[in-house]
Design a binder for this molecule. Structure first.
Ligand SMILES: C[S@@+](CC[C@H](N)C(=O)[O-])C[C@H]1O[C@@H](n2cnc3c(N)ncnc32)[C@H](O)[C@@H]1O
Length: 246
């Protein structure tokens, strides 16, 4: 019998596994840890009617980490079943859309978050341009994704997708050819008026091992200088929305 064929970056998995978004030991467990880290970085809203757009929101794992910060949480995703889960977990509004073309006007959003999204889309730098376009001057852009390095390919695809451990991404979740080139990302965001600061993101090893043995419920993520595997990037849109201005 031949081995089952796996499609890399199989987007249908987000519908078929939608009931597992919030399983703390399921295939999306690590996304919950990263969502908690994002929540720490998102400032409180500074005006009434502030909007946070969660680009490729999946099952809405970010929601508990921004609840109480004063935003209307709008999730955009291509997976209808994931959007149903997101609404059931408190996301205020969901939009079924390709993130390559965000259904929002220019300069209309206070915070744009694109967590573990860019490494799944065919034109990631176009998505970055869209994120910058919809962001208001002074608004915050927060991204996290995977770098286009051999180390990332080995750790995230070869190991993570194949280890028989809890919390591992499903097989076929990633396509290393879509991983993100950091200089191109910085350039795309700068073009859109958002100078970004990049740093690595890593699970705390001393929490990860007890988590595997079910002795902990979650694993904190921490920032590192090296950004060759998973990384996060944050920036503020310039006053005019053009590059190189404060
Ligand atoms: C790894 S999940 C991340 C979900 C969420 N941001 C989180 O961190 O929990 C990737 C998400 O991207 C969505 N996605 C992938 N390509 C997309 C596209 N072109 N347009 C909209 N959503 C997309 C998938 O449906 C999935 O929900």
């Amino acid at each position: 019998m031949g081995r089952a064929r796996v499609t890399a970056n199989d987007l249908t998995q987000y519908d078929s596994l939608a009931d597992q978004w919030w399983d703390p030991r399921g295939p999306f467990a690590a996304l919950g840890w990263i969502a908690a880290k994002r929540g720490e970085l998102i400032p409180d809203a500074t005006r009434e009617d502030a909007v946070l757009v969660d680009v490729a929101c999946g099952g809405g794992l970010l929601h508990p980490h921004i609840a109480g910060k004063g935003y209307r949480h709008v999730g955009v995703d291509q997976s209808e079943r994931s959007l149903e889960v997101a609404r059931a977990h408190g996301v205020d509004e969901t939009l079924l859309s390709d993130v390559a073309s965000l259904p929002m006007p220019d300069n209309s959003v206070d915070v744009v978050v694109a967590g573990q999204c860019l490494e799944h889309v065919p034109e990631p730098y176009k998505v970055v341009a869209e994120c910058c376009r919809v962001l208001r001057p002074g608004g915050t852009l927060l991204l996290d994704t995977i770098a286009d390095t051999l180390l990332a390919r080995i750790l995230i695809v070869t190991l993570t997708e194949n280890l028989p451990l809890p919390g591992m991404a499903p097989k076929g979740c990633h396509d290393h050819r879509l991983f993100i080139n950091r200089p191109r990302l910085l350039e795309a965001a700068a073009q859109g008026g958002v100078p970004l600061r990049i740093y690595g993101l890593w699970p705390q090893a001393r929490a990860l091992i007890p988590w595997f043995f079910n002795l902990r419920s979650t694993v904190p993520m921490f920032a590192t200088r090296g950004s060759r595997v998973m990384f996060q990037a944050i920036g503020t849109k310039t006053a005019t929305g053009r590059r190189g201005e404060a």
